[in-house]
Ligand binder design. Structure first.
Ligand code: ADP
Ligand code: MG
Length: 672
């Protein structure tokens, strides 16, 4: 079996199951091997009932006192229970809606029951899994409907067994030795099925090192000293005349960023600047100035967005500020004639301000004279997109915008001497968003509040992390289900928006919400970046503990944009104490920078390297010191590698992988 083989090569995975794996972007054996656990359940030691505290995940060695009993509580709810004991006491094993558990155990049997201990009303274990042997450390994977942890674990195990040591080592031996890294096969098998916490650490170290190395290599491979500007731009008075086109007075921070851009653009070399600013700080207006400056000099400017919703919004803004006749808009799924008409306007130079999604990168897009390229929400773009858009422009000025502020430490490691502008001031009149953790038993009160607010003319987002309900045990309430439920429950119009909807339906849903026709919008994270509806005052986030803090902060930034008091409600189910603590960082501060630092501490740098947003949380959460240490070393290693032809030849598999990963990232953006 090869890594490139389809997962259907694995025993027990037919077309139906393959389709479920496909929803997670898992098609090949390789995909499966690199689908890392989101966290682990450590059942490597058995504990006694008396030792297990409320909320702990424990493996209890028990003897069954009775056969399980099934009780139908009401329609849609049945409960299976069994009593069990050890030397230290007794416990009730409780399963909700899993009648098949009746057959799982019999009286007198000795088993390991693994799961969360609940001590609120007597001692219970809710939905335990029963093992005959101590299961050890179990990986917990991100899932979607049609998959279970067991299925995923079995598939990964089979892939590892099938591929065996055939997994090609990607780091040269000397490098591994120098930095004390374990082999790739050991790392991949250790990240999935570790025998100890130490194995997890060693596997993470090796994989994080490789990630950063790949990232640094790719950046270095494309790095060039900024070319000289061929035609100097004339920019006297352009800030003043641009500002008169805006419907508001720019803040001092915005003016300062514009001035920095003006300085770059009138200099002798091309611009390569990162514009950072918290959600809602008004980066768009600054970007528009960079576009205006190009346009005033007879050149074109492109503004790329990571999602169509955001691109559509930018299109509206550009039309208002520059006039529709000067603006072109490219998106996926346009009618052929429509697309060709836009392409012609771009190629002829009739359209001077161009916006769109990654569709702007396609081969058939030719610009008349592209002077400036701006990417919005850069952290969602792969390095390769950046290279491609640069290639379109030939000699273009580049502005990168990001609302996930990259902590200074990290920015320096990752980008070296890229120049940075920061918008560190919000437009006037913004009120801080009131942020609350909502316990499960207050959910109905929250819906009531949302309904009242919607009736009073405000609007609310309700965000779910996944498109469809995932594994029932995982307790994820899918956006679709929630939408159906809220539609029934609330007496205000409810809309639905998720990534798997056709583009036209997405746009329709976004537009209806923008116009205020829907009071409540149930959405997945497609709304994460940049959507601007000032009338929205409530952001409720389901399963908030599944998100990174930076991402939650981004979501929260969707509200609090108008002058009305705004709220962010975080629902986290039974996420436990750790989740509560992590989320409390959001309640404490509204500053994106502080949150980014906290996130980096808690999750590790994976998110900033442009990886999947879901599924890396706890596994990436080693100490900040360790991660920064690994990243520094990996960056050194990249430099050594590039200065040594012999070493580069040895690292050919690594370089192939770098490109492979970038392509995967591109695929991910395309699916978004
Ligand atoms: P972000 O930095 O998150 O991209 P936007 O550029 O989308 O923020 O701006 C958020 C909102 O604030 C928009 O509705 C925009 O029109 C408004 N805005 C931006 N700058 C100002 C300002 N100086 N005064 C008032 N409103 C502003
Ligand atoms: Mg924005």
């Amino acid at each position: 079996m090869k890594e490139t083989d389809s997962i259907t090569e694995l025993k027990g995975i037919g077309p139906r199951k393959a389709e479920a794996f496909g929803k997670l972007g898992l098609f090949s054996i390789h995909d499966l091997l690199y689908h890392f656990p989101r966290k682990y359940q450590d059942y490597s030691k058995a504990s006694r009932i008396i030792e297990a505290r409320h909320g702990d995940c424990a493996a209890l060695e028990l003897k069954l006192k009775s056969d399980p009993r099934l009780a139908r509580v009401r329609r849609g709810l049945d409960i299976t229970t069994a009593r069990a004991f050890d030397q230290s006491g007794e416990i009730t094993l409780t399963w909700y809606n899993q009648p098949y558990r009746m057959k799982a155990v019999v009286a007198g049997e000795c088993v390991y029951a693994c799961g969360r201990v609940d001590r609120r009303h007597g001692v219970k274990m809710i939905n335990p899994t029963i093992y005959r042997e101590l299961p050890g450390i179990l990986p917990v994977y991100p899932l979607c409907s049609g998959l279970s942890q067991k299925l995923m674990r079995d598939a990964v195990r089979a892939a590892l067994a099938g591929c065996g040591e055939g997994i090609e080592e990607s780091l040269p031996g000397a490098m591994r030795q120098k930095y004390g890294l374990i082999g790739l096969y050991d790392a991949v098998s250790g990240i999935h099925f570790p025998k100890s916490q130490e194995e997890i650490r060693a596997a993470r170290q090796r994989l994080a090192f490789e990630d950063t190395l790949l990232f640094s290599l790719t950046l270095s491979m494309m790095q060039y000293s900024l070319p000289k500007r061929e035609r100097p731009l004339k920019l006297e008075g352009t800030i003043g005349s641009f500002v008169r086109l805006l419907p508001f007075e720019p803040t001092n921070a915005q003016l300062k960023a514009m001035e920095e851009i003006r300085h770059d653009l009138s200099g002798g070399r091309l611009m390569n600047r990162l514009l950072q600013g918290d959600v809602g700080s008004g980066k768009t207006a600054v970007a528009l100035y960079a576009m205006y400056a190009a346009m005033q000099n007879g050149r074109q400017a492109a503004l790329m967005a990571p999602t169509e919703i955001l691109a559509a919004q930018h299109y509206g803004t550009l039309c208002r500020v520059f006039g529709a006749e000067n603006v072109a808009y490219l998106k996926g799924g346009m009618k052929k004639a429509e697309r060709e008409a836009e392409l012609a306007r771009i190629a002829m130079g009739e359209a001077k301000a161009i916006t769109g999604t990654h569709a702007l990168l396609q081969g058939d897009v030719e610009f008349f004279d592209l002077g400036t390229v701006i990417t919005d929400e850069q952290h969602r773009f792969g390095v390769k997109q950046r290279a491609a858009i640069g290639a379109k422009g030939g000699a273009a000025d580049v502005l990168i915008m990001s609302a996930t502020p990259i902590p200074r430490t990290l920015a320096m490691i990752l980008y070296g001497d890229l120049s940075v502008s920061c918008i560190d001031e919000l437009p006037p009149g913004r009120k801080p968003v009131i942020t609350r953790l909502v316990p499960e038993d207050r959910r109905q009160d929250m819906y009531k509040f949302i309904e009242e607010q919607a009736k009073a003319g405000r609007q609310a987002y309700v965000v779910c992390p996944l498109v469809e309900g995932s594994d029932a045990l995982e307790d994820v309430q899918g956006a679709v289900e929630l939408y159906e439920e809220l539609k029934k429950r609330l007496s205000v119009p409810v809309g639905l928006l998720h990534g798997q909807m056709p583009a036209s339906a997405k746009e329709k849903a976004a537009e209806a919400f923008r116009r205020g026709e829907t009071g409540v919008l149930v959405a997945t994270t497609v709304i994460e970046v940049g959507v601007d509806v000032p009338n929205a005052t409530i952001m409720a986030i389901e399963n908030a503990d599944r998100f990174g803090l930076a991402q939650l902060h981004q979501l929260r930034g969707r509200v609090g944009r108008g002058d009305k008091r705004s709220y962010c409600f975080l629902l986290s189910g039974d996420g436990g104490e750790a989740a509560r603590q992590r989320l409390s960082a959001l309640i404490k501060t509204g500053s994106g920078f502080e949150i980014a630092e906290a996130d980096l501490m808690m999750r590790g740098p994976g998110e900033f390297l442009g990886k999947r947003q879901h599924g890396i949380s706890e596994f990436a959460a080693a100490s900040l010191a360790m991660d920064i240490g690994i990243m520094k070393e990996a960056k050194d290693a990249a430099e050594e590698l590039l200065s040594d032809r012999q070493a580069m030849a040895e690292a050919a598999p690594l370089i192939r992988r770098a490109w492979g990963r970038l392509e995967a990232m591109e695929g991910e953006i395309a699916r978004n």
